[in-house]
Design a protein around this ligand. Sequence first.
Ligand code: FAD
Length: 277
Amino acid sequence: MSKRYSFEFFPPKTEAGRDKLKQTRTELNALDPDFFSVTYGAGGSTRDNTRGIVLETLAAGIDVAPHLSFGGDEEAEVLSLIEQYREAGVRRIVALRGDIPSGMGATRLIYARELVEFIRKHTGDHFELEVAAYPEIHPDAPSYDQDIQFLKDKLDAGANSAITQYFFNADAYFYFLDACEKAGIDKPIYPGIMPITNYSNLARFSRNCGAEIPRWLSRKLEGYGSDLESVAAFGEEYVTELCQILLEGGAPGIHFYTMNQVQPVKRMMEACKASYP
Ligand code: FAD
């Protein structure tokens, strides 16, 4: 069976960033991905920006999935956005709880399962729905097994498949797949892959989202110090091999966190597609 490949962008804040993203999109689209996705700042902080990039990508004839969460928004606001997407011809949404940015005050976090139910209730089967999965377990989860049960709840509520948080340890993914299968999950779980280009940024980001950088890998990357070229070269080699291991082990495809850059994900995708079209 052919594998599914997708690329994730975040919405740039400036006009120059948005122009550059068009160029990035054109270059990555030449690799014929199944779709692009565009992140969403929970609390609606990127609402217009996300929508703008999604609609413009769609107008260019490219399949694109907006990420979406309730954040602190009213149901009517979220529904209006969903309706705009439906009318524009969007066929896929990544449904999330999101994290409320600090400074936004106390807002009830609405679980992704509730958003999946909400979208299904109002738009039936129009959208393919993706949800998030965590092979190393979400930081707020009460336990490993509970987190898997909550993933199952989202999928049972009508989501079609899941995309994982990034990880650097293939065993965590394969163990997770087994645990999901034992829990009765039979929908595809696509690994999310983060390129390694800058160690200090990656380390900070990983601490926040609960992704683990194995000790040997962080020591290796730290050892390059300010030699960013070596970090990037080693990172690309390591993450490309990780992709190959995942695909060979049965992963149904790869979702690349591009960080809005063409490289290194372009070369990684080429390597993946050469072995696993
Ligand atoms: P949920 O599935 O709702 O779960 C959140 C937590 O609550 C988990 O710990 C879960 O175990 C627990 N939980 C679930 N249901 C219950 C329940 N009934 N009772 C008690 N606990 C429960 N963030 C953004 O802000 N914007 C984005 O665009 C974005 N895109 C992402 C894309 C992917 C592929 C991934 C993996 C993550 C993305 N994130 C994004 C991050 C995500 O929003 C955060 O990780 C967030 O903290 C959890 O979102 P979720 O949809 O997984 O939440």
